[in-house]
Design a protein around this ligand. Structure first.
Ligand code: ATP
Length: 446
């Protein structure tokens, strides 16, 4: 990244707080360590990513169907899936201050990060990341349940339900989006590692003999998605995970890693999970080949996308300091931007301007395709409003001025036209109000 790396992270976090993308969680009570709340702009940006993912991978394909499953499942699911026994991270403790760390994330030969002590660390022991709670009025062992640490298992346990109702044939996928919970030993780096986070995943079921060609296909699709988020090629690395380092169920894994300001770490993952999960949950092969009548356990390819990490890399990529023009702007891909367009009456205290601007605002928000989120700003001077919209990544600003109204002395050719200003080039164009929605929609899809 061109800018100072630590700097960049701090600047993005500060902008997120200042402009209402992401706030520290429970802030008025002193916060809750490493929990974050998405504010108005962050919620919209996150929703745009989530919706586009669903459109692209579910709605626009006939080989994919959706599932919206419960967070709390029968604990037997986690027993069968192996999570209760093996969803662990290696935990070590500083012998001096007792701070706890993930053994694979520190250099145990170095002093403790928390107290700088040189007493060393305990031997690693397994720490289970499942978050427990209990259902019902009594807190006895029988009522213990877990908040799901991944969303995949619901897609496996519902495999027969989905198959029987959707009548899909291999290859086909089940997709899901939703919250997952992990009692991470060391959360941190803003929204990169939290104890609750959102996942977008699908399980793509294939004939066992064909899994590698589907794996390659989904890798290509993931690469395209990463590009469309605005991530520059030189910031992303596709890392094949070696034998012995993969999860026990995986025949092949590629980690999609991003060069964050705090180091190169996982953004997404692509795994071939073989028939491990379906075999865990179904005593009989759950799929019958319609041509051969053979009963089989399909193999599965799992592309896994962390939504919060998607938001983080999008913001890191988009943050731009334009020294020449003395401004900071988010060069977000237009489809990601929380607001697509902002509407300004030149002066807030001229009712005729405000009224006309309201008409333009209503015209834009009532587009039948429902693609336009529109901001309204009538405070301060127009220069400041541009600066403010640049900082949140709004691609276009529309100003209604005296020429729009055709007031005396103004150029009559400009009646019922507005100024449209482009976030990236800062260039302004005069556009007829009647043509404005089509103009903006065309620009957004460029
Ligand atoms: P890591 O190695 O960073 O702990 P992981 O290999 O455990 O990640 P997966 O189990 O593959 O992660 O989870 C799927 C995706 O969920 C990751 O690619 C990442 O985008 C996201 N993710 C995982 N853990 C967290 C977390 N604690 N906070 C936010 N996102 C997360």
């Amino acid at each position: 990244m061109e800018q100072g790396k630590d700097d960049l992270m701090e600047k993005v976090i500060a902008l997120c707080k200042r402009r209402g993308f992401v706030f520290p969680g429970s802030e008025i009570y002193g916060g809750l360590a490493n929990s974050w709340d998405y504010g108005p702009l962050g919620a919209q940006l996150k929703k745009n990513i989530k919706d586009e993912w669903w459109r692209r991978f579910v709605e626009h394909r006939d080989d994919m169907v959706g599932l919206d499953a419960a967070v709390i499942m029968n604990p037997k699911v986690w027993e069968k899936s192996g999570h209760l026994a093996t969803f662990n991270d290696p935990l070590v403790e500083c012998k001096k201050c007792h701070a706890r760390f993930r053994a694979d994330q520190i250099d145990s030969a170095k002093p403790c990060q928390a107290c700088s002590g040189k007493d060393g660390f305990t031997e690693p022991k397994n720490f289970n990341l499942m978050l427990k709670t209990s259902l019902g009025p009594t807190e006895e062992k029988a009522s213990t349940v877990y908040l799901r640490p991944e969303i995949a298992q619901a897609m496996f346990v519902n495999f027969k339900n989905v198959l029987d109702t959707s009548r899909k044939r291999l290859p086909f996928g089940i997709a899901s989006q939703g919250r997952a919970f992990r009692n991470e030993i060391t959360p941190g780096n803003f929204i990169f590692r939290q104890r609750e986070f959102d996942l977008m995943e699908f399980e793509y079921f294939v004939k066992p003999s064909e899994w590698d060609q589907h794996f390659d296909y989904w890798l290509t699709q993931m690469k395209q998605w990463v590009k469309d988020l605005g991530v520059k090629d030189e910031h992303v690395v596709y890392v094949p995970i070696a034998d012995g380092e993969r999860a026990h169920y995986s025949a092949k894994t590629i980690d999609v890693e991003y060069k964050y300001p705090f180091g190169q770490k996982e953004l997404y993952g692509l795994a071939s999970r073989t028939d491990f999960d379906l075999k865990n949950h179904f005593a009989e092969p759950p799929y019958q080949d319609p041509e051969t009548n053979e009963k089989i356990y399909p193999y599965v390819i799992e592309p896994s996308f962390g939504l919060d990490r998607s938001v983080l890399v999008t913001l890191l990529e988009a943050f731009t300091e334009d020294k020449e023009n003395d401004r900071v702007y988010l060069k977000l891909p237009k489809w990601v931007a929380p607001y697509k367009v902002a509407v300004f009456p030149l002066l807030a205290n001229k009712p005729a301007l405000v009224e006309k601007a309201r008409e333009v605002f209503n015209q834009l928000t009532s587009q039948p395709t429902n693609q336009l989120t529109v901001a309204w700003d009538d405070r301060g001077n127009v220069g400041k409003r541009y600066y403010s919209q640049d900082e949140i990544g709004t691609p276009f600003c529309v100003t209604i001025d005296f020429e729009t109204l055709g007031e005396e002395g103004s150029d009559q050719a400009k009646i019922d036209t507005v100024t449209v200003r482009d976030r990236d080039t800062m260039k302004q164009e005069r556009v007829k109000i009647s043509e404005l929605p089509a103009y903006i929609l065309a620009k957004l899809s460029e």
